[in-house]
Write a protein that binds this ligand. Structure first.
Ligand code: MRU
Length: 361
């Protein structure tokens, strides 16, 4: 998407360096940062310099390509060094399926070329670029399939950031909103601030502002009120992993929204590329849920009136905190899953059809 006059992707590779939009600096500063080897790339994923399922999928893929480029040129040395890099990258964050998909694609492509190490390195870079291109194109198509769900003048609730910053380009949940906005349907978006990391307040609001989409940031606990008062015609969120039975993991707080929307008969959609589906994960209960540092709850980060960005404690000294980063919404609460191949029911049968459409199991 465009920032100023220039089109950006969230992440890209030049030579053996990964370039990333520095997401914790937003919305106050737009900066590009670099990761010069697979270890720096792993740290960027772990520390959420880059975040969002598709974006970490592509970053993991580029990190694996770096791991291949860094590896020795004898086949056995390559195999051991590359495997260690892949393991480092896989251990960064546990929930988003796209991370494992992206790294897996690069590993498969590289290892298939052995014992020709030069070919393995070339294949790793090509596979990583293909993962990123596939993600961008899938998200563009999610916009095409999702836009018809958005009626004229719709009020739309969303949670977290499932926009272009969370992918390589376009986004999942925001892609249909961008498409509907460009079609002149005048959507209005209620943006949950998304404590504790504030992806809604900081990233979704910034993205929507950049595209000129009318919106209001609301406290997370205000969403039910706006739904009850008839301001919300649909909810659309992203997903980090979709189980085989249609259960979806997404940012913590999504489940609560889904329950409220369901009780008020407001359609609750999930938008995700099919690379978010984990065919090996039977139900939502099997999805690993990341628990992050308590500090993310105990402190908030923001810009003071003096223009300085700082961290402030918002809880009493001595209080502890729990910080699960994701929750699971049962498929029965989901009106449909918007993918690059169309909208599918969040059921075992629907997920089977989505997988068949992508040519998988
Ligand atoms: O912890 P994050 O910011 O990486 O979480 C990912 C998310 O932004 C979401 O939950 C999103 O809705 C799905 S990923 C596009």
């Amino acid at each position: 998407m465009k920032v100023g006059d220039r089109h950006y992707r969230t992440v890209w590779l030049e030579g053996s360096t990964v370039f990333l939009i520095d997401q914790p600096k937003l919305p106050h500063r737009f900066e590009i940062t670099t990761a010069r080897d697979h270890r720096e790339t792993a740290v960027a994923i772990r520390d959420m310099v880059v975040r969002g399922a598709g974006a970490i999928g592509a970053t993991g893929a580029y990190g694996a390509a770096q791991g291949a480029l860094e590896a020795p040129s004898d086949p056995e040395g390559f195999r051991a060094s590359f495997a260690a890099a892949v393991e480092t990258l896989r251990a960064t964050r546990p929930t988003a399926q796209n991370l494992f998909y992206g790294i897996g694609k690069v590993a498969e492509a590289a290892l298939a070329e052995l014992p020709d190490v030069a070919a393995a390195k070339r294949a790793a870079v090509e596979a990583a670029r293909a993962v990123a291109d596939e993600d961008a194109e899938a998200c563009r198509r999610i916009g095409e399939h999702g836009a018809p769900l958005v009626g004229e003048g719709f009020g739309i609730s969303t949670h977290c950031n499932a926009g272009w910053l969370a992918f390589v380009d376009w986004g999942s949940a925001l892609s249909p909103i961008y498409a509907a906005h460009r079609q002149g349907k005048r959507p209005f978006v209620y943006v949950d601030e998304t404590r504790p990391r504030g992806q809604g307040a900081q990233l979704t609001a910034w993205e929507l502002g950049g595209e000129g989409v009318p919106h209001a940031v609301i406290a997370d606990n205000a969403a039910g009120h706006f739904m009850q008062r008839g301001a919300v015609d649909m909810v659309i969120v992203g997903s980090d992993r979709i189980a085989r039975n249609g259960d979806v993991a997404n940012k913590i707080g999504t489940f609560t929204h889904a329950v409220v929307a369901h009780s008020l008969r407001i359609p609750f959609y999930v938008a995700a590329p099919t690379t978010t589906i984990d065919p090996a994960c039977p139900t939502g209960a099997d999805i690993p849920i990341e628990e992050r540092s308590a500090d993310e709850v105990l402190y908030a980060v923001g810009k003071g009136d003096d223009g300085v960005v700082r961290r402030v404690r918002v809880t009493p000294e001595g209080s502890g905190a729990r910080n699960p980063a994701f929750d699971v919404t049962p498929g029965r609460l989901v009106a449909g899953i918007v993918t690059e191949h169309g909208v599918f029911p969040a059921t075992h049968e629907g997920i089977g059809r989505a997988l068949a459409a992508r040519g998988g199991r």
